[in-house]
Structure formats: C-alpha cells, structure tokens
Design a protein. Sequence first.
Length: 306
Amino acid sequence: MKAGHVSGASCSPKKSPAAFAVNRAAVNCGQLRSTAVGAALRLYVAHPQDCPRWYSPFGIYSACVRKVPALPCGIGEGVMAKVDRAQAERVLARVGWLSQQPKAFQAQVLQRSVLMRFGPRETIYRCGDPLGGVYGIVQGAVTVTTAPPAATPRLLHLGMPGSWIGEGCFLVREPRRVGMQAAMESWVMHLPLDAMDQIASQDALAVRHFTRILMQNLDILVRAFYDLQNPDEHRRVALALLRISPAAGNAIPLSQADLGVMSNTQRKGVNAALQRFAAAGWVSKRYRSVTLTDIGALRRFASAEQ
C-alpha cells in the first residue's frame, strides 16, 4: 500500500518545479526519519541553486530530487501537486472548524501543519492505531469508519473539505477510535500530535479550541442518530446526503451501497430515492457519485412531516 505524500518541491536545472513526495512514515512526531529524505536534502546541498523551499511544522527545509532511483515505499515518487500550500491554507481558513477559531490560533495551526496527498482508497489511519494528530480535509473526501472493540468497522461519515478528524488522541491520549481512508484523491493538512502539544503549552485556550473539533464531530453523530429514526427510507437517504454536504455543488463520492449503510436503507431503496431526487432536479448522479443541485428543496423534503 502506498503511503501518504508530504507536499514539497522537486526540480532539476532543465525542468520546472513539481511536487516532492515523501513517505508518510518520514513524518513522525515532527522529525524526519527517512534516509530517502536525507538523500534528497544532500542533493540540495550539492545543487542549492536548483531548488525552491518547502515548509513543514518542524522548520524550513529545501529539497531537490534529481536522481533518486528505486527509493523504498514510494519515497521520492514525483507527484504533480494539484493543491499548493497557500490554497490549502485559504480553504481551511474559510470553512470548517479552523475558520471559526481566533486568527492567532489559526496561524499557529497552519504554520505547524503538513500538506499531504492520499490516493483513492489509501488508508490514512485505522481504528486502534497508535496516537497521532489531526487531519483537515482540503480537497477530496475521506471515509470515516468506527466500531465497538473487536467488531468490524463500518462507515460512519464522509469528511469533506473543512472537516477535521482525529482529535481524540490529543484529548485522552488513547489509540484511534475511528479509521480514515481517502475516498478519492485527497489533499489534507496534518497537524502532528507533538505540534498540538506545543501549541497547547503556549496558549491556555488551545485545549478548548481543539475540543471544539470533538463537539462538531459529536454534533454529526447526534444528527446521524436522529436521522436514522426517520421511518421513511427516502428521507433517510436525503438526510444522509445533507449530513455529508451541507452546501450544493460538492460531488459526494459514495456508492449506493455506502449510502445504504449511512442511511440504514437497502440498496434498492437507495436507488429509488436517488432516481426520485434526480427526476425532481435536487441531485445529479454519476457512477459512485452524487452532487446536490437544489439543496433547499432536498432539505425541505427531508424535514417535511409524512
């Protein structure tokens, strides 16, 4: 399985800058531990004029990958960046949890975060994994799964841009309670656990700010519990779509089977509901994807009394 990639920069004297990708394992508690990354940095030392800088929560590094063949675990694989750091910061400062926090706190979080890319169906972390930090979704979408101990994880939610997930380890110092996987090619900002601790040591209100991630995710859980009590299966499907994407225009990359899990509805019922919504002009459908086109009408249908 490929690991997630940290966005940086790679270049050569004859080529324009592209993204420099490193294995997710190289970023662990704010330290670079990959010999491949070391090789890239040594190349920079030899040819500093060829390479721009890239930023990370553990300082400012400059790196250049020119001839790093057959690096293990996909380290050094060239990936053309679709999202740059400035774009990522603008997204997270505009929507979701971070946008609602004080500006000084926002700046600390963004300064210490790492921009990462995950491929479709690539695991970010699993239930029971060791302690780690939080992830803010910049582009794409991630599935969130959970289960009681010893049970098979099931789909709980789909995180869209602006969502932040993974706060539990910081708050209670216990292993992961949920799992995350990229539902499509996705870009996220990762704030490592030690960076969260550093922010909290310098800001007396930081724990309160981070706890608001928990409260927003709890609101989603409460909403899901409430929605699943609705006896009308078409309304349950509509409510599931509205939980995922409260704004129109975002493609929701889920299969009908996934929507069935989230709405406790058989696939036949999901298909009938989507056909109904599409005919009314509330959604548009593509293979394994639904886009809300008239969110007001869909919300009125979902909340109407039977």
